[in-house]
Ligand binder design. Structure first.
Ligand code: PPE
Length: 310
């Protein structure tokens, strides 16, 4: 296929419905239910290069969330967790990757249309590709300039926010497009109540007087696995972490430090919000501590329970 996106250039195969198929053959029908109604669930996982070879980071937690997301929509994934694990590891080996991003997706496939997906078959795919720093290498060092979006995060009373559903990402797409159109690198989305929820693809942390705050699960956020990782690493270092915080827009402006967490974004500092410089306008000391601990943990693999070696 000519014009293949650069990020997929080296990808040879994709696992689709139980088989390894050539990249070009990983196709689905235009009448796929999920294309029309967004009835799919997905994950984003990273595999890191370690001294003992490639290791998938917190695979079990991602797999659990994948199945939980599916359960919300009665998406009955027709493969066991063991089968998906085996397929993912095999795919990484076949692609010969030392580190990569992993994208599992399960969705209502080609069947009758109409809102109730009842008779549509569930299809599952796994893809892997190299993916560097989500917001750029410089972002990890210097931080990103972000803007509070005019789009609100959908409330968990409207669509479950703890499920990672394909369709609902239009909310993130809108916020992200708006931020970029206005010259910012990323957005922060407020929830229906007007408090801080998260980024379009990241959770958010605030540092004030040496203590760490992150928005609570009741604030219509995704229960991020990197969020949980950052909380644990920070607590291990002796920081007080408030993981159930309600954060107002104004508190963003007066924070000592802010940073994003996410599988793709890892630990990315935020250097300004709506053109207000945060702290010294670069990566702050607490953010640096957490980010350093995060990358050291990934390089050393010393939290064994978090790694699955391929
Ligand atoms: N909130 C949202 C809305 C979100 O999409 C993500 C992950 C997170 C929080 C962080 O969750 P976790 O990865 O478990 O720490 N966003 C994924 C998709 C990014 C994309 O652009 O695609 C990701 O980071 O893989």
């Amino acid at each position: 296929m000519s014009g293949r996106p650069e990020m997929f250039e080296g990808v040879d195969e994709i696992w689709l419905d139980g088989e390894f198929v050539d990249f070009e053959d990983a196709q689905i029908h235009v009448l796929t239910h999920a294309l029309h109604y967004g009835t799919g669930v997905f994950e984003g996982v990273r595999c890191y290069e370690t001294e003992e070879g490639p290791a998938i980071f917190r695979w079990e937690e991602h797999l659990d969330r994948f199945f939980d997301s599916g359960a919300v929509y009665d998406i009955d994934i027709p493969f066991s967790k063991a089968e998906l694990t085996e397929a993912t590891e095999e795919l990484i080996r076949r692609e010969g990757l030392q580190s990569c991003y992993i994208r599992p997706i399960a969705f209502y496939g080609y069947g009758p249309l109409g809102l109730n997906p009842g008779k549509s078959p569930v299809q599952v795919a796994l893809a892997v590709w190299p993916w560097g720093a989500y917001l750029g290498d410089e972002a990890l060092e210097e931080g990103v300039d972000v803007a509070v979006s005019s789009w609100r995060k959908y409330a968990s009373s409207q669509i479950p926010t703890n499920a990672k559903t394909t369709g609902t990402y239009v909310n993130s797409v809108l916020a992200s497009q708006e931020a970029k159109a206005n010259g910012y690198e990323e957005a922060i989305v407020l929830n229906k109540e007007g408090n801080v929820a998260e980024g379009p693809g990241e959770n958010i942390f605030l540092v004030r007087d040496g203590e760490i705050y992150t928005t609570g699960l009741a604030e219509s956020i995704l229960d991020g696995i990197t969020r949980q990782t950052a909380i644990e690493l920070a607590e291990d270092m002796g920081y007080v972490v408030h993981d159930d915080a309600t954060i107002s827009r104004g508190e963003l402006y007066t924070a000592d430090e802010l940073f994003f967490t996410g599988t793709a974004a890892e630990v990315t500092p935020i250097r300004s919000v709506d053109d207000n410089e945060i702290g010294a306008g670069t990566k702050g000391p607490v953010t640096d501590d957490i980010q350093t601990a995060f990358f050291e943990m990934l390089a050393s693999g010393d939290r064994e329970e978090w790694f699955r070696y391929v």
